[in-house]
Design a binder for this molecule. Structure first.
Ligand SMILES: CC(C)(COP(=O)(O)OP(=O)(O)OC[C@H]1O[C@@H](n2cnc3c(N)ncnc32)[C@H](O)[C@@H]1OP(=O)(O)O)[C@@H](O)C(=O)NCCC(=O)NCCS
Length: 195
């Protein structure tokens, strides 16, 4: 079996850029169409096992409370994440970050792009004052669970069933928050999640 190292061709290059999706939450000017097409087609492949999510993903892309970030490796789109921040329903004064989706192009996985995306998602959420990050992962998605566990997430309770029939499990981890960070208001909402 081949072992990969950081020099592997698939490894995230030093020119990896993580940027907000163009046109995110901005309707009408057409500038975000390429990013939208990329996110929708990658999500549809990455999450097809769990059901059909095209409509949800499009809704999230146009929801101003959900921010979408794209990983571009040497100018080519290679992955994305979507995050939204909202008050914890059980602790109204506490903001939580909900990582609604994260995915890397299958032929670019295991090269560190997912790690860079997740690090960026954590950082964006901390900057916005969230004290915890939540996500939902399929019970059988062992690889993703390992990836998140390595990043400090612990498994929480079952939170429902995917359209594809798999049990959905919550994973969560605390965030480091600068107490001087002003809390944004009115952003984010709880939403259906994938993966
Ligand atoms: C989960 C996911 C986002 C991770 O992305 P990724 O780019 O593969 O993540 P990384 O490369 O940072 O790390 C993944 C693995 O590669 C290894 N790795 C990373 N960079 C490496 C490198 N340069 N050389 C060797 N191994 C490396 C990591 O140790 C890790 O090992 P694992 O297979 O035991 O988990 C990706 O697998 C994915 O898109 N999955 C489908 C969608 C999904 O399940 N999303 C999560 C639920 S929303």
């Amino acid at each position: 079996m081949l072992s990969l190292d950081r020099s592997d061709a698939r490894a995230a290059s030093s020119s990896l850029l993580i940027r907000p999706a163009v046109g995110d939450a901005v309707a009408g000017d057409g500038s975000g169409e390429d990013d939208e097409a990329f996110v929708v087609q990658l999500a549809s492949r990455a999450f097809r096992f769990y059901g059909t999510y095209d409509a949800f993903v499009r809704d999230w892309l146009h929801d101003s409370r959900v921010t979408t970030w794209i990983a571009e490796d040497s100018g080519a789109r290679a992955g994305f994440f979507m995050v939204t921040i909202y008050p914890d329903p059980e602790r109204e004064t506490v903001q939580v970050a909900d990582l609604v989706a994260i995915a890397v192009e299958p032929d670019r996985q295991s090269g560190g792009i997912g790690q860079k995306l997740l690090t960026a998602a954590l950082s964006v959420s901390e900057q916005r004052g969230a004290v915890e990050m939540w996500l939902v992962v399929a019970e059988g998605n062992a690889r993703a669970q390992r990836f998140f566990a390595r990043n400090g997430f612990r498994l929480g309770p079952g939170v429902g069933v995917y359209p594809g029939g798999q049990t959905a499990r919550r994973m969560l981890r605390p965030l480091r928050v600068d107490p001087t960070t002003p809390r944004p208001s009115g952003i984010g909402k709880s939403s259906k999640e994938v993966g």
